[in-house]
Write a protein that binds this ligand. Sequence first.
Ligand code: DC
Length: 213
Amino acid sequence: MRDKAFIIAIDGPAASGKGTLARNLAKHYGFHHLDTGLTYRAVAKALIDQGLSLNDEELAAQVAAALDLKGLDRSVLSAHDIGTAASIVAVMPKVRTALVQAQRKFALNLPGNVIDGRDIGTVVCPDAEVKLYITASPEVRAERRFNEMRAKNPDADYNVVLADLKHRDERDMNREASPLKPASDAHLIDTSKMGIEAAFLEAKTLIDAALRN
Ligand code: DC
């Protein structure tokens, strides 16, 4: 029995497939899973629900510090608009400090954790045993998002989804605080032409090797 949690850090842009991969890996290895995007989304939603500004860093940081990671409801927080609002609070250093503290605490859970987001391998868990960076072209990612949205909304427009995704990438990759980028020791997996099963097998090979060490 390990006395230190085994950590699999998964980073990548929106709709890269990292969320599904993270959930599948957590299930396979019997590890806990934290989608850190939900923590930023929960802060944005709490502000919106209370009719408060998304641009007040002090206020957003207070909400972030009070957040309970156990209460994150993906079915509510996954709405597209909440993602856009989340990317506004995610540029704020004080919000990031508060959420990173809670995420690092989560990462101590035994026997291990799969944690996905944008800065897990670089900032939250720089000592993670395995770091994966999942990516795909903007067009492939927009098509995935579009297909998901079209199931609920027949008026969804691919070009709007693509433009929005590129805008979000731009904000995530070029912000000053913890921008999205692969850790120097991350394994890159490009899912543009790869199914989720193939990505899972590639990740599993890397993780199994790390678990043997
Ligand atoms: O992955 P997502 O769409 O749920 O993320 C929502 C927003 O939160 C997105 O703009 C990126 C940001 N985010 C972040 O800055 N750092 C993380 N570790 C996770 C998400």
